[in-house]
Design a protein around this ligand. Structure first.
Ligand code: C2E
Ligand code: CA
Ligand code: CA
Length: 777
């Protein structure tokens, strides 16, 4: 129990104030039946309770934990209590100063009372309030108006009607008016505080103050009932009760200290205030005696005013609801269009705006569920990667957009066009059930191919793109994946046929595809299982016939299929990535071999060893480092190593060119393989970091070797010499061919005439005997 407290939480001054209020109530009650001779006794409690309340407020002001807003409020209340103390003393002088006791309220007392009122209202208004919207405030003030109108009606009905008597009783209209003002303003202000919050001011304290001021205003309005007893006054109870409520509120605030700020309560949009006000006013209107027309008019005016305010409030509510509904409507439609956009994004291709894979699959599933027969057309742009790599992704994207536009125009409403990703498109076309259905779709495929073959002018270059098309027809029990797979297999068949055409799916294709995927799987562990080995094919001097080098060629001996040709397994290895591992293996093997020859034959060792390098390997960022590492480990002279790359491998990326340049800086040599089979522009040779040209065997021993091939090889050597390069002719099979090439000016050759690819042992034998031949020649 804290020092100075009476019972738990109640201090001595508070107890004293309580005793005084009860005492005065008893004094007043007794005074109704008994005439008191010493009316001063009734007045004594007034300044004392006011002073005690002031003291309590002052103690709150001095509480250390309060925020400035709350402290200011209690400072104002302390001042108000001080003014009240003086006011009550002045009032008792008014009442007792005359020859006979009276209920007079003199101008000085009135001034003090009004000052008390002003200070309290000011204190309340300065309390911090919550954030409220303008319409919240409008509603609040309208509600307050209604409460006030009803309140005024009520007070008028029960006491102000007797205002003449009041004025006679208290000596002026002031007391009556100030009472009315206290009543209404305190109601309004306390409602405002309840509505808008009171910062950190204790909520219970606010309630105590509100209740106290309402009770004391009610007690004050009992004055007319005491007119026959001038030794009594309604203030004798009204003031101590008001003081006690302030005292209690202060005690409460002192106990809770600086309470947490009250959470803002959600404003109720529906208020019962208008209905209560209308009900009260209606009852009063009915209860007003009709005898006095003035009275009726006043009540009627109050009722009309009230109705006007209620109507305004309802109109505002309706307008606000409409506005809210409008906002909700707008938000809903925003939400809907956002959802539509999301849906479109999820089902359409960003670049070309046609349907995406997800939408196509959904569409196909729907057709399958409906048991509709339809064709799936799968398109893949030929050599798109080259366009992308050579002309940049911007041009690639522009080309795809154009292709998709042409495709959409050609297909029209015959089917759904979708981009599956990359350069792959698909069209689902419902099948005609009659005889000509199949030719129909073939005709469409022809039209599409023709449309896509039209030259395109893009960013300064004219492109002609071919497309490979696979056709498959839905079957009962299909899934979208299965159908797409069949169309894909058919498309690859079209590609294998050279591209630029369409191909129907055929079950035989499936077997090939199955076979390929099995082989691809086997290839992954072929190296580890020791199934990979290398052969060496001699490269000879056309003049002397001496072996001057070797090309290393990889072989795969499959456990069940026997030898798999490199033309079959190298593309597979490139596709499944095992070429990287195989490539390093063959490179290292070549280097060990070269090192062995170096040791064994010294200066006379084969001058060069050639190794094939695929595009995939050149794309590896650390390729050059790995090569360097192998050179280090094997100790071979870098200038003995030739890396053979194909045109497409070099053409594909700048990275490849950069890698080759770095390799040449290590004194390695680069050969351009199969020259003459690709785009083979001689002018491009200038830009490539190439030392050796390997003239493709089709010019030497192929079908055109005698005619055009011969002319080309004859002219080519001039350019090669001019560029300062070396040439190796491939596929020399006959003595005739060799003689012709030598005559044309070629120095080096490779071919079955000199030796097929052979084991390293065989190669050494061959080398030794060829060296003897060369020496003896
Ligand atoms: P390539 O680099 O053009 O190799 C020359 C091919 O021509 C070899 O075929 C060789 O056996 C063949 N050949 C040699 N002389 C004659 C001839 O007089 N007449 C005819 N008709 N053909 C001749 P092979 O060994 O079947 O290799 C085929 C292709 O596989 C190679 O063509 C090369 O592109 C690739 N390849 C082989 N080994 C490797 C390798 O280790 N790495 C990479 N990336 N590719 C390899
Ligand atoms: Ca080669
Ligand atoms: Ca070749």
């Amino acid at each position: 129990m804290a020092k100075g407290t009476f019972v738990r939480g109640v201090s001595w001054p508070l107890a004293a104030a309580g005793v005084l209020v009860v005492g005065n109530a008893l004094w007043l009650a007794a005074g109704l039946v008994h005439v008191w001779n010493h009316p001063v006794i009734g007045w004594l409690a007034l300044p004392v309770t006011a002073l005690l309340a002031g003291h309590a407020c002052w103690r709150v002001v001095r509480h250390p934990g309060l925020d400035s807003g709350t402290r200011r409020f209690w400072r104002h209340l302390t001042a108000a209590c001080g003014l009240l103390t003086v006011g009550t003393i002045a009032n008792s002088v008014d009442a007792l100063g005359g020859a006979l006791p009276s209920q007079r309220v003199g101008p000085v007392s009135l001034a003090f009372y009004l000052a008390v009122l002003g200070v309290v209202l000011w204190a309340l208004l300065r309390l911090p309030s919550w954030e409220r919207t303008r319409s919240d405030w409008t509603r609040f003030w309208l509600d307050t108006c209604m409460v006030l109108i009803a309140g005024i009606g009520l007070v008028w009905h029960f006491s102000l009607r007797e205002h003449q008597q009041w004025i006679a009783q208290t000596g002026s209209a002031g007391a009556m008016l100030s009472l009315a003002v206290v009543g209404f303003l305190s109601v309004a202000t306390f409602v405002k505080v309840a509505f808008a919050g009171a910062g950190r001011l204790d909520r219970r304290a606010i309630h105590l103050l509100a209740a106290g001021s309402a009770i004391s205003a009610a007690l004050g309005s009992l004055s007319p009932f005491l007119v026959s007893r001038p030794y009594l006054s309604s203030s004798m109870l009204a003031v101590p009760v008001a003081a006690l409520s302030v005292h209690l509120a202060a005690a409460r605030q002192l106990r809770t200290g600086a309470s947490a700020p009250q959470a803002r309560r959600r404003s109720r949009r529906v208020s019962i205030a208008p209905y209560v006000a209308v009900a009260v006013t209606s009852v009063l209107l009915l209860a007003t005696p009709t005898a006095d027309p003035r009275e009726t008019v006043i009540m009627e005016v109050a009722a009309v005013l009230l109705i006007v305010v209620v109507v305004i409030r309802q109109i505002i509510a309706v307008l606000e609801n409409n506005r809210l509904l409008g906002t909700v409507d707008r938000q809903l439609s925003d939400l809907r269009s956002y959802q539509d956009r999301l849906e479109h994004q999820a089902t359409h291709d960003r670049l070309t705006s046609v349907a995406n894979r997800a939408l196509l699959e959904r569409h196909v599933e729907e057709l399958l569920t409906d048991q509709q027969v339809f064709h799936l057309v799968l398109l893949d742009v030929d050599d798109f990667k080259t366009v992308n790599d050579r002309l940049g992704h911007g041009t690639g994207d522009a080309l795809l957009t154009l292709i998709s536009a042409r495709l959409t125009t050609t297909v029209g409403d015959l089917g759904l066009v979708a981009r599956l990703g990359g350069d792959e498109f698909a069209v689902a076309v419902p099948a005609r059930t009659d005889e000509g259905g199949e030719t129909d779709i073939e005709a469409l495929a022809d039209r599409v191919l023709a449309a896509l073959r039209e030259p395109v002018d893009l960013m300064g270059s004219t492109l002609v793109t071919g497309t490979s098309v696979g056709l498959a027809t839905s079957r009962a029990g299909d899934t979208s994946q299965e159908l797409l797979r069949r169309a894909d297999v058919a498309m690859y068949a079209a590609k294998a046929a050279g591209g630029g055409c369409w191909h129907w799916f055929d079950p035989a294709l499936d077997r090939i595809a199955d076979d390929t995927s099995r082989l691809s799987a086997d290839l992954r562990h072929a190296l580890a299982d020791g199934q990979i080995f290398a052969l060496f094919q001699p490269i000879v001097d056309l003049g002397t016939g001496a072996t001057v080098g070797a090309e290393v060629l990889m072989r795969w001996r499959h456990p069940t299929r026997g030898l798999v040709p490199p033309d079959v397994f190298i593309p597979l290895a490139e596709r499944n990535g095992s070429i990287i591992e195989l490539g390093y293996w063959v490179l290292e093997l070549a280097c060990w071999q070269a090192a062995t020859w170096q040791r064994r034959y010294g200066e006379n060792a084969p001058a060069k060893i050639s190794v094939n390098v695929s595009a995939r390997q050149l794309a590896e960022v650390d390729f050059v480092d790995q090569v360097q590492d192998i050179l280090c480990r094997t100790g071979v002279d870098a200038s003995r190593l030739v890396l053979e790359v194909t045109e497409t491998a070099v053409l594909t990326t700048d990275v490849a060119i950069e890698q080759l340049t770095r390799l040449r800086a290590l004194r390695l040599r680069v050969a351009l393989d199969d020259f003459g089979t690709g785009h083979s522009s001689l002018s491009l040779l200038l830009d490539y970091p190439v030392d050796v040209l390997k003239v493709d065997k089709s010019f030497v021993s192929g079908a055109s070797a005698e005619g055009a091939g011969a002319i080309i090889t004859k002219n080519l050597i001039g350019f090669i010499n001019d560029f300062g390069m070396e040439a190796v002719t491939e596929g020399v099979e006959t003595v005739d061919q060799a003689a012709r090439l030598r005559l044309a000016g070629y120095r080096l050759a490779q071919g079955y005439l000199y030796g097929r690819p052979m084991t390293s042992d065989d190669f050494q034998q061959h080398f030794e005997s060829s060296a003897k031949v060369a020496l003896s020649a």
